[in-house]
Every structure is written in C-alpha cells, then in structure tokens.
Ligand binder design. Structure first.
Ligand SMILES: [Zn+2]
Length: 196
C-alpha cells in the first residue's frame, strides 16, 4: 500500500452527492448511479492497481466505500470515501465487506509508509499491532496474494543478486524495470538488497 493522490471530484459524482437525500436507500441509489467516470478517475490515480493490495486491476473492479455507506447515507457519494479495489475472493473489499475499524488506513488520506514490510517470499508483515490487524482484516496475507507477490519479488531479488558484481548492468536493469504491480514491496526488496 502506498500514498495515493485523489484527483478532482468527477462531475457526475458531485451532482449525485448534492442531490442525494437518503432516498432511495444507499444500496439502491449507488446501484443506479453511473459509476464509469468515478471508476476511470480512480483507476488512473492508482496506476491501474488495487489501492489496498497493489495487484493489477482486471476489468472486474470494485468501487469500495472505505467507510461503509450503510453507516451514513452521506458517505454513499462522498468522493473522499471512494477507493478502487480488486474484486477477488479473500482480500480487500471482498474481505472487509461492510465492516469498519477506526485503525484502518485509507491510502488516499494517510501515507502508509513504514506500516508494512514485504519479503521476496511473498509474505507481508505489519510493523505495528494496527498494521498486523489490518493485514488480517483486508486479507493482504491470503495465499493468492502471497503467491503473486512471490512470483514477482523473488525473480526481482534473484536478478539483482546475479547482477551485484556488475554495477553498470544492475543500474541499467533497475532503471529499465518498473514494477507492474506491488510497487511498495518492489521498492523495499531493491532497497534491502542494494542498501539504498
Ligand atoms: Zn486488492
């Protein structure tokens, strides 16, 4: 997870927010709302990655209400409350569902830097009790994500280690490669090995 910058509120959402008075109920109002613009803006702001687990988003995405909309109808169309997440079983919005905990970090509002440690075997560790709990609540340690992270981070680590005696080649590799997903873990692995 890394800090995200929220773009300007989409016009469609702004209009819906101004006119919505709680009728019909949140669930129905949200269902009827044309979410294309919101989805597009969030996807661009998140570089095509899930805001929570940083997996590359497929065509199947979910606009998550960070704080569930059933808590207050005003949260339904609140731009600051919307986050684009993956829609796969066992993690992220699929896992958090309609729950809410005050220690959760919304990466659009709070910089989660230093909260999570990623390892090349795909594992993730929280650096505080809150971070540990958040990993569990969001399923960030689910086998599917650990496997995907390992696939990328292990290869990255092996490549860096094989180039350690060739500084120019290593530099060229690190400059040319960009994390297609898991940028936080990717940067951590590079920094840990190269001592950056
Ligand atoms: Zn996710």
């Amino acid at each position: 997870m890394h800090k995200l910058n929220r773009p300007t509120e989409p016009i469609d959402l702004n209009q819906a927010r101004r006119t919505y008075n709680g009728i019909p109920p949140q669930k129905q109002a949200w269902k009827e709302f044309d979410k294309d613009e919101v989805r597009e803006q969030l996807k661009a702001a998140q570089s095509g990655l899930c805001a929570y687990c940083e997996v590359a988003l497929s065509s199947k995405t979910n606009i998550d209400h960070f704080e569930p909309k059933h808590r207050h109808y005003a949260l339904t169309f609140d731009w600051n409350n919307l986050v684009l997440s993956c829609d796969e079983k066992g993690s992220c919005d699929n896992k958090k569902g309609g729950k809410f905990e005050p220690y959760w970090i919304n990466p659009y509002l709070t910089d989660p830097i230093g909260m999570f440690t990623f390892y090349s075997n795909g594992q993730i560790e929280g650096t505080s009790t809150d971070a540990q709990n958040m990993i569990k609540d969001f399923g960030l340690d689910c086998p599917r994500l650990e496997g995907k992270r390992q696939g990328i981070l292990h290869t990255l680590q092996e490549t860096i280690l094989s180039l350690m005696d060739f500084p120019d080649a290593l530099e060229a590799y690190l400059e040319s490669e960009e994390a297609i997903m898991f940028p936080t873990g990717y940067t951590q692995v590079i920094n840990r090995i190269t001592g950056a």
